[in-house]
Design a protein around this ligand. Structure first.
Ligand code: SF4
Ligand code: SF4
Length: 392
């Protein structure tokens, strides 16, 4: 495992961080046997950073149980997040934090984040509710070691949030498709200049850069000078940058964990050659040519009160441009009509509830109209009826 030190000599963190949002499941519950096996393997292989959040269902509890059972709390750093959007009054900071300590079966948190801090207005509102006094108290008591924030949004606002407080670390969405969006490379460099660790989330853009690359991008990967998976190209691009401290990966299988540990152990900053850059550029060009809606599939916009499968609709819409109209239409039919409940774009009532939650700032309502226009023609309606009769 490679370790990175971006905190003015204080802290060394494993280059690979364990994203605990997508623990393996058995039916509807977290598979504790698999989780324990994977967490212990990760620790044994030198992963020291584990990222969870109050709002990840069952995640804090699962992590806490494994750490307590195996007496390995001290071997790792726990990062978890305050759901500040649920805070209504001053006492709520402490209430949520104590609940988190209980779930995690610990008496301190190493890295505590304001979860998805959107702008300085929200930060100022939290200051008005007493967050600074509360942080000071928790730090004095040793219950919070470092304070930071996670961020989805544009570069300008990121820089405002970054400069609004003496943050000790930050977490940003970053990958080769977001080099010039989100906090972007500018944000990464600015944060690194302050000497704080920069934790990377969405290295594969919600899985899109691993599993949903267009054919032209896959061709670039398959004909590249060396054999690497799409995910490996993404991770290597990130770890090539010295300003990147930890790259989080939501690992939910042993194979994925072993593969990511291998890449994290092999990749050092500054290793990328011109040949590597050229492959990334080819993938990026292919993506930009064909991706119509920059949806990462994160599902923060869900559930839609009217039943629209928003990420599914956008994925099929993009597939219809990247892999052909027929494939996109077929996937759209499968995704919207072969379900107990219809979930097509035409169900959208334009209430707007989803849009503020979208980290990519996608105008969801107008884009869903485009999806409807592209797919929901008379042929779609006839085929849809036939499929329903055949399969129900
Ligand atoms: S705007 Fe449309 S897709 Fe978004 S929540 Fe409302 S009905 Fe659902
Ligand atoms: S529309 Fe936005 S919030 Fe919804 S899945 Fe896509 S990127 Fe995520």
């Amino acid at each position: 495992m490679e370790y990175r030190n971006n905190t003015q000599g204080e802290e060394t963190l494993s280059a690979l961080g364990y994203g605990c949002m997508r623990f393996p499941k058995k039916g509807n519950s977290i598979d504790m046997v698999a989780v324990e096996e994977q967490i212990l393997y990760a620790i044994e292989q030198g992963v020291t950073y584990f990222d969870t959040a109050y709002v990840y269902p069952g995640s804090e509890e699962a992590l806490g149980k494994v750490l307590q059972k195996n007496q390995c709390r001290e071997k790792i750093k726990i990062a978890t997040k305050l759901p500040h959007y649920l805070v209504k009054k001053q006492g709520d900071f402490e209430r949520y934090f104590q609940e988190q300590l209980k779930r995690l079966k610990t008496d301190y948190v190493d890295f505590y984040l304001m979860h998805m801090l959107p702008d300085t207005n929200v930060w100022n509102k939290l200051i008005g509710q007493g967050v600074l006094e509360w942080i000071k108290e928790k730090k004095e008591m040793g219950q919070i070691r470092k304070i930071g924030f996670s961020y989805h949004g544009n570069t300008t606002t990121f820089l405002e949030v970054l400069n609004a407080y003496e943050w000790e670390f930050c977490q940003i969405q970053y990958n080769y498709m977001d080099e010039n969006s989100q906090a972007g490379r500018t944000g990464l460099l600015e944060a690194a200049k302050k000497g704080i660790p920069v934790i990377i989330m969405e290295p594969l853009r919600g899985g899109m850069l691993a599993n949903h690359l267009p054919k032209k991008a896959m061709d670039a990967i398959e004909t590249a000078y060396c054999k690497r998976s799409p995910a490996e190209w993404s991770f290597r691009w990130l770890w090539n940058q010295a300003q990147v401290s930890v790259v989080l990966s939501g690992m939910n299988s042993m194979e994925m964990l072993q593969e990511n540990i291998r890449i994290a152990s092999e990749t050092m900053p500054g290793q990328f050659t011109n040949q590597d850059e050229a492959v990334i550029e080819q993938i990026r060009t292919a993506m930009n040519e064909q991706t119509k809606v920059p949806c990462t599939g994160c599902s923060y916009c869900m559930p839609c009160p009217f039943g629209v499968d928003i990420p599914g609709s956008f994925r099929c819409y993009n597939v219809s441009y990247t892999d052909g109209y027929g494939k996109g239409l077929m996937e759209y039919l499968l995704c919207t009509t072969l379900r107990n409940k219809q979930s097509s774009a035409s169900l959208c009532k334009e209430c707007g509830a989803c849009e503020p939650h979208c980290p990519q700032s996608i105008p969801i309502r107008s884009q869903l109209k485009q999806v409807k226009k592209r797919f929901e023609n008379p042929v779609f309606r006839i085929v849809s009826k036939i499929i329903k009769r055949l399969y129900r």
